[in-house]
Design a protein around this ligand. Structure first.
Ligand code: PMP
Ligand code: GLN
Length: 390
C-alpha cells in the first residue's frame, strides 16, 4: 500500500505509482536488462508498420470516427469470425479504444455504480482494481494458486453477493501465464448465467499461447454472447504496445453503454494506427503461428535459465510472462525487496507479484519476468542472475 497522497481523492488513495512506471524508471537509471514491464524489443510485421506510415503520409492525421475507422472495425469483426466463428456487426457491436486499457476503463466506468462489486481472479492486472475504484466499485478476488492456478468455481460462487455486477476474466492471464481451460470457462459461464451477471473478458494475449493449447473465448459458449464484452488489443499481437489500438466487442446495447463512457475519456484515439492494425488483423495464419512459436522458444529459454539459477519456476502456457518463487534464493521471500535490489545488485529488472494481489502477502514470494525479448537479451539476464546466485 503506497503512502497517502495529498489532493488525491479518497477513492484513489493507495493506488500510488504503477509498478511498471517504478520499475521501468529503475531499469533506465541502473542500465539494467528490463524484464519488468511487458513490451517486446523487436518491431512488429513490416506490412503493419508500413500501413501506419502510409496512413500518416496519406493524411489520416485528424480525429477518426468515435467508434473507430471502418477498416479497423471490419477487420476486428472478421478476426472474431475467422478465429472463433463469432459474428459481430462492425457498425454496432465493435468499438475501438485507446488500447485495452481504455477499453477496461470505459467498460468499468460505464457499467459500475458506487458500491457495486466485480468478481475477478487474482493475481490480477493492476488496472482492474484501479478502474473499479474510479467507478466507486470494489473488486472481490478469487485467488489462483501456483503451481496450476486452478480456478475454484466454489470460490467464485462464494464471492458473489447481491452487489455483484460482473465477472472480470483474463485469459491468457497476466501475470501467471495461465490459459483457462474449456471446463473452467464453462463453469464461469454457468455461474454468470445462474446469477444473471455480465462477463467482461480481457483477451489481449489471445494469440500468445503455447504447447498447442487453445484459447476459449467465453463469448462463444451457449447463452454468453448476449452478456459478454470481449476486450483485446493490437499491442501484444503486433508488437505495437505504444500505438494503443484496442477494442471491445459485444452485443449492441452493452457496446452502446461503453461508447458513452469512451466519448468522455479520449473521445477518439490513434488515427493512423487504426488502419495499420486492420492490416495486421488480416495477416495470414502463418503470422499468428510464427509469433506463438517464437515466444514459446523464448519462454523455454528463459524458464530453463531461471531453473538453472535456482528459482522455482511456474511455467506459463500463454502471455509473455513467467512467475518464479524466489525463496530458494532468498529465504525471507520478500519479492518487493528482491525486485528493488536486483537492478543494483545484478542489473536485471523484474516485477514483484505482490502488487497483483488485494492482500500483498499472498504473492509476497513471487516475482514475474517478461520473456518478449531477443534471445541474447534473455541470455544476458540469466547470466547476470546466475552470477548473483553463485
Ligand atoms: N490487460 C492486460 C492483462 C494487459 O497485460 C495489458 C497490457 N498492459 C492490458 C490489458 C492493456 O493493454 P493495452 O496496452 O492495449 O492498453
Ligand atoms: N501489460 C504490461 C505488463 O503487464 C504493461 C503494463 C503497463 O505498462 N501498464 O507488464
Amino acid at each position: 500500500m503506497s503512502a497517502r497522497l495529498p489532493y488525491l481523492s479518497a477513492k484513489l488513495q493507495g493506488l500510488g505509482t504503477t509498478i511498471f512506471g517504478e520499475m521501468s524508471a529503475l531499469a533506465v537509471a541502473t542500465n539494467s536488462v528490463n524484464l519488468g514491464q511487458g513490451f517486446p524489443d523487436t518491431d512488429g510485421p513490416r506490412e503493419v508498420l508500413d500501413a501506419a506510415i502510409a496512413a500518416i503520409n496519406g493524411g489520416q492525421n485528424q480525429y477518426p470516427p468515435l467508434i473507430g475507422v471502418p477498416a479497423l472495425r471490419e477487420a476486428i469483426a472478421e478476426h472474431q469470425q475467422r478465429f472463433y466463428g463469432l459474428a459481430f456487426d462492425p457498425a454496432t457491436e465493435v468499438l475501438s479504444t485507446a488500447g485495452a486499457s481504455e477499453a477496461l476503463a470505459s467498460v468499468l466506468i460505464a457499467l459500475l455504480d458506487t458500491g457495486d462489486e466485480v468478481v475477478t481472479f487474482e493475481p490480477m492486472y493492476d488496472m482492474y482494481a484501479a478502474c473499479a475504484a474510479m467507478s466507486g466499485a470494489t473488486v472481490k478476488p478469487v485467488t489462483l494458486r501456483p503451481p496450476n492456478y486452478h480456478a475454484d468455481i466454489d470460490e467464485v460462487r462464494a464471492a458473489i453477493t447481491p452487489r455483484t455486477k460482473l465477472i472480470l476474466l483474463n485469459t491468457p492471464h497476466n501475470p501467471t501465464g495461465k490459459v483457462f481451460t474449456g471446463e473452467e470457462i464453462q463453469a464461469i459461464a454457468d455461474v454468470a448465467i445462474e446469477h444473471d451477471l455480465i462477463v467482461v473478458t480481457d483477451e489481449v494475449y489471445e494469440h500468445l499461447i503455447f504447447d498447442r493449447l487453445q484459447h476459449v473465448p467465453i463469448a462463444g459458449l451457449p447463452g454468453m454472447r448476449e452478456r459478454t464484452l470481449t476486450i483485446s488489443s493490437g499491442g501484444k499481437t503486433f508488437n505495437t504496445t505504444g500505438w494503443k489500438v484496442g477494442w471491445v466487442v459485444g452485443p449492441a446495447p452493452l457496446v452502446a453503454a461503453v461508447r458513452t463512457a469512451k466519448q468522455y475519456l479520449t473521445y477518439v484515439h490513434s488515427g493512423p494506427f487504426q488502419p495499420a492494425i486492420a492490416v495486421g488483423l488480416r495477416l495470414p495464419d502463418s503470422y499468428y503461428d510464427e509469433i506463438a512459436a517464437d515466444l514459446q522458444a523464448k519462454r523455454d529459454r528463459l524458464c530453463a535459465g531461471l531453473v538453472e539459477t535456482g528459482f522455482e519456476v511456474f511455467r506459463p502456457s500463454g502471455t509473455y510472462f513467467v512467475t518464479v518463487d524466489i525463496r530458494p534464493l532468498r529465504a525471507d521471500g520478500d519479492g518487493y525487496a528482491f525486485c528493488r535490489e536486483l537492478p543494483h545488485s545484478c542489473g536485471v529488472v523484474a516485477i514483484p507479484n505482490e502488487v497483483f494481489y488485494t492482500d500483498p502477502r499472498r504473492g509476497r514470494h513471487l516475482v514475474r519476468f517478461a520473456f518478449c525479448k531477443r534471445f541474447e537479451v534473455l541470455d544476458e539476464a540469466v547470466s547476470r542472475l546466475k552470477a548473483l546466485a553463485s
